[in-house]
Write a protein that binds this ligand. Structure first.
Ligand code: TYM
Length: 340
């Protein structure tokens, strides 16, 4: 007797197109995990261009950055045959569900989110956009529409996932069980890649100085130099100790993640050799990684029609799922059904 094929559980994640390149924090903290989820899950990966306008942005760059983001995802191994790759703004369902979830979220709850507090602190809460305040609610909508099991992200997204689960539960309880409670997938070893110049902070597009961040599409020679000049400390022992030696530990994390060698193995191999050799070798590892990645991304960007087609196909696959969830939500909330 043949049984019907079981549907694969889903995985979903997103990234903002807020810079000309992804950086090593994005790659090691999240994107690499996206790639490995493709084998046993039905994957949905999107470029969060709606989120990107919640802070001031350059409209002349946004579309290009969205396309470069898609090219980078493919270059790092997201396979458009297996994964739906799409632009968030191509699916109005995201904003539509966000509106409904807005109505389930209290003002205080949104205002207490750490990202809002951090990002609005600089110019004062009064001038932050409402988009920044409701950012996590749109993120919850992004996720819940697809009913995924896992959401692979870095540590900085944990609180947003908690809110997502709270809103899913609230909706399910108030109306009818509709949403699956998604689980964050946060790989402990690379959950927070640090700024190379200020290893007390995370590597970040908005917060890092140019020398503190390694962009995947940067000139490899520049990236090598950033590794060689990364802040370490005054003793010269290569040892993993996040509290006492955050700079060295961060470099060890990056080294280990890129080579598959364990931290212990790396520490043992640099015993008695000092930081010079260690940084020079890691710089080489980084160059060997980014060079083909950059070439592949450029090649993909040469065929813009193909990238547009990937995003179109991805949006179609995403819409099939998202529109069904949204129809359930509309019905449960009590909206009058629109006649065809
Ligand atoms: P974004 O665009 O800031 O970052 C994309 C992913 O990279 C991770 N990340 C890091 N991981 C480790 N160390 C770092 N220094 C580091 N910097 C960034 C982030 O945790 C993230 O996983 N709000 C999201 C985008 C988003 C989203 C979603 C994600 C919108 N909707 C739905 C998941 C599901 C964001 O700003 O990511």
């Amino acid at each position: 007797m043949s049984s019907a094929p079981t549907a694969l559980p889903r995985v979903l994640s997103g990234i903002q197109p807020t810079a000309d390149s992804f950086h090593f924090g994005n790659y090691l903290g999240a994107l690499r995990q996206w790639v490995s989820f493709q084998d046993d899950f039905e994957p949905f990966f999107f470029i969060a261009d709606l989120h990107a306008i919640s802070v001031s942005h350059d409209p002349k760059k946004l579309a290009d950055r969205t396309l470069v983001s898609a090219a980078q995802l493919i270059a790092m191994g997201i396979d458009p045959e297996r994964s739906a790759i799409f632009a968030q703004s191509h699916l109005p369902e995201h904003a539509e569900l966000a509106w409904i979830l807005n109505s389930l979220t209290s003002f205080g709850e949104a205002r207490r989110m750490t990202q809002f507090k951090d990002k609005s602190a600089k110019d004062g809460e009064g001038s932050a956009s409402i988009g920044l305040l409701t950012y996590p609610i749109l993120q919850a909508a992004d996720i819940l529409l697809y009913r995924p099991q896992y959401v692979p992200v870095g540590e900085d997204q944990r609180q947003h996932l908690e809110l997502t689960r709270d809103l899913a539960q609230r909706f399910n309880h108030r109306y009818k069980k509709t949403f699956r409670l998604p689980e964050p997938y946060i790989l402990k070893s690379t959950a927070k890649i640090l700024d190379l110049q200020q290893p007390s902070n995370k590597m970040s597009k908005s917060g890092s100085s140019p020398n503190g961040i390694i962009d995947l599409l940067d000139d490899p020679a520049v990236s090598a130099k950033k590794i060689r000049t990364a802040v370490t400390d005054s003793d010269s022992v290569v040892r993993f100790d996040e509290a006492e030696k955050p700079g060295v530990s961060n470099l060890l994390t990056i080294y280990s993640a890129l080579t598959g060698r364990t931290i212990e193995e790396l520490v043992a191999s640099y015993d008695g050799r000092g930081y010079g050799d260690f940084k020079a070798d890691l710089a080489e590892v980084v160059v060997d990684f980014v060079t083909p990645f950059r070439d592949r991304t450029r090649e993909l960007l040469d065929d813009r029609a193909e990238l547009d087609a990937v995003l179109k196909g991805g949006a179609e696959r995403a819409r099939e799922v998202a529109s069904r969830t949204l129809a359930d939500v509309y019905e449960r909330v009590g909206f009058l059904r629109a006649q065809a």
